[in-house]
Ligand binder design. Sequence first.
Ligand SMILES: Nc1ncnc2c1ncn2[C@@H]1O[C@H](COP(=O)(O)OP(=O)(O)O)[C@@H](O)[C@H]1O
Ligand SMILES: [Mg+2]
Length: 337
Amino acid sequence: MSLQGLLQRRCVLVTGKGGAGKSSVAAGLAVWAARRGRRVLLTEVGDETTGHSPLARLFGREVLPEGPEQLGPPGLRGLTLLPRTGQELFVGTVLHTTTLARAALSSEAIRKLLNAGPSFREMGVFYHLLTLLRAQRPDGTPEHELVLIDMPATGHTLSLTGLPNLLLKLVPRGPIAQALREGQSYLNDPAKGEAWVVTLPETLPISECLELLEGLARTRMPVGGVIVNRLKPDPFTAGERAALRPLVERVAVFGAEELLRHELRGRELQRLTSATSLPVLGLPECALDCLRLHSLCEALERGASLAEAARCGCAPNALPIDAPLAALADRQRTSAI
Ligand SMILES: Nc1ncnc2c1ncn2[C@@H]1O[C@H](COP(=O)(O)OP(=O)(O)O)[C@@H](O)[C@H]1O
Ligand SMILES: [Mg+2]
């Protein structure tokens, strides 16, 4: 089961197009990993201008705290990754004093100048992340065994994953290079880090997902797999499809769009599975009031491999994705969760 590998990693990025379900999936994965006994730190790159956090809202908060706090089940903590915190930590290391670093960075002019420079924002995120990954308990084990990051839009993900290599060209030696190499190992070593790409079964999100996979490969970021979110069961049987097809080709009938849309989703899924050898897991669309975290991660765990099904030559609309769908529907009927 490809998701199991995630439990062994130190650093997992959940990425993809905005609106595809990254925050929901990141939250689901974090709860799931914590329930399997990992000490999990769920983070997101904080929005310093709006402070808006859909991820925090999944845990009944307005924003995630700046320091780690327990979020949901035992073993799950959360915080917001702030570029500014990382920048202060980083400049403090270079200058050997945090007071001076804080004073310098509290000048708006200096901050504007630095943030305008390429990658200084990512550098802050990167260094904050590295500090969290380094943190140890008194017995020498990691404070946070798994750091899971709900990433912002695609471009920012590639800026972060490509950052160490870019900066190492400028600063190949010394303490900064050392920190960059250390952070790079959490991102590029498949034993330590991996990304999961969340997408939707539609044309543009699938195209963007394939581009993102290319970008991740370019920046040498290992990828655990792709999660296709919001899959809907086919409302038609094979017999109904065969009967309806000639009808919708001749006349515009009510419901034709639904028939065609489902076929389009099937084709898009096949385009994805034939373009990548990565595991592709499916997540069902669930009514919003039923979108509870643990049913989401259980559905993830049961997610059938669409790639496997495609290799067996199954028709896209017969993909064994109904298993998690059925399981989820049962739970929704029998419990209020
Ligand atoms: N499987 C799903 N079924 C139904 N609604 C979903 C599902 N996954 C996400 N959503 C909804 O879609 C919207 C966007 O999800 P979100 O996780 O915030 O996406 P992102 O972080 O990629 O922008 C939210 O309103 C969320 O509740
Ligand atoms: Mg989000």
